[in-house]
Design a protein around this ligand. Structure first.
Ligand SMILES: [Zn+2]
Ligand SMILES: [Zn+2]
Length: 343
């Protein structure tokens, strides 16, 4: 606990300072999470594609075990056949045969998080420019109790509502986004976190916010705060929890069952003046500065030049299971060499 307090204040005092390494504590998770994201360790696309396949197979198995045949079928069909627009080395666009839209599906989660980024990034940039606010990433946690996921999520969201009604919050934050992340500890207790991108009007001492969160929750004061230097990266990090709300590979049948009961729970939202800003915000052409990859690649067809290397694009049909291997070969091949094997 002390380490967390220390490390949290040292970020605030000096954004460039490193977090102190912590020995195991109940909050090591939080420290690790921040350290990990700062290190920016990246897996290759083939590794990520392989993980998505494994996650999906795991989910299908769980769904079958719960006699959720329809869900299992949908998951299996989702992204099972792909039309891949490629130069042989880079992938410009992937069109799946079918998307299941299940909230835990890693393929659909990826699409969803891209959509959120495309929707909110221009609005965030516009908001920051217009209001001269500084974005911060805030992690709010709560004490662990014996409760189910739904109760845990409701408790932390209610606390956020209370926090937002307080004078402090209104004075220092102009709005932002929130998203929920779920984890479980070794004892099976739910850790629910709120990740917030808050648009800060002016600097404040983190201890003040800690006190406010304690007042809103009644018993929790563990928070984390860091300044966001790059809003695109900050948003990407936060929407990650929307696409991957929990560690599914450690998921059991009971977890899936519980999750299915959460059907309509919101995992992401906007608040404050940013919420109203988003309603009226129309991105101008200059806002689409290449970060909106989705709409950019939507216009690409066979014969167009690859945006990354100018080689002509062609259409490859493959099964979803072949994608990791395709990435693997593409990652290590010179231009134009991979596609021939796959035709
Ligand atoms: Zn899906
Ligand atoms: Zn290329």
């Amino acid at each position: 606990m002390n380490q967390l307090t220390l490390s949290t204040s040292s970020i605030l005092a000096d954004g460039s300072r490193r977090l102190s390494q912590s020995s195991p504590s109940p909050h090591t998770y939080l420290d690790n999470r921040v350290i990990k994201s700062q290190r920016g360790t990246k897996r290759t696309r083939s590794q990520r594609a392989r993980e998505r396949l494994q996650t999906k197979q795991h989910l299908v198995g769980l769904a079958r075990g719960l006699h959720e045949g329809e869900l299992a079928d949908k998951l299996e069909r989702c992204h099972s056949r792909l039309s891949v627009l490629t130069c042989g080395r880079h992938i410009a666009r992937i069109i799946p045969n079918f998307t299941c839209e299940f909230r835990l599906c890693p393929d659909c989660g990826r699409r969803r998080s891209r959509k959120l980024q495309n929707k909110y990034l221009p609005a965030m940039r516009g908001f920051m420019l217009h209001h001269k606010v500084t974005p911060v990433h805030l992690v709010l946690t709560q004490t662990h109790r014996k409760e189910n996921r739904k109760q845990s999520a409701k408790r932390i969201k209610d606390s956020l509502t209370r926090l937002q009604r307080r004078g402090f919050w209104k004075e220092y934050f102009k709005g932002g986004t929130w998203s929920l992340e779920f984890t479980k500890d070794k004892n099976g207790l739910h850790h629910t976190h709120l990740h917030i991108i808050g648009f800060r009007r002016k600097f404040f001492d983190i201890e003040l916010l800690r006190g406010e969160w304690l007042a809103a929750t009644g018993d929790s004061h563990v928070i984390h705060l860091k300044k966001i230097e790059d809003i695109a990266a900050g948003l990407r990090e936060v929407v990650k929890y929307v696409s991957k709300p929990l560690d599914i590979r450690r998921f059991g049948a009971a977890d899936l069952k519980e999750f299915l009961g959460l059907k309509n729970m919101r995992m992401f939202g906007t608040f404050g003046e940013f919420r109203d800003f988003c309603k009226d915000f129309e991105p101008s052409d200059t806002d689409a500065d290449g970060s909106d990859l989705e709409s950019f690649s939507r216009d690409l067809v066979e014969g167009c030049a690859c945006p990354q290397c100018d080689e002509p694009l062609f259409d490859l049909r493959m099964s979803g299971r072949e994608l990791p291997q395709f990435y693997e070969q593409a990652e290590s091949s010179p231009p134009g060499k991979v596609g021939t094997k796959w035709n």
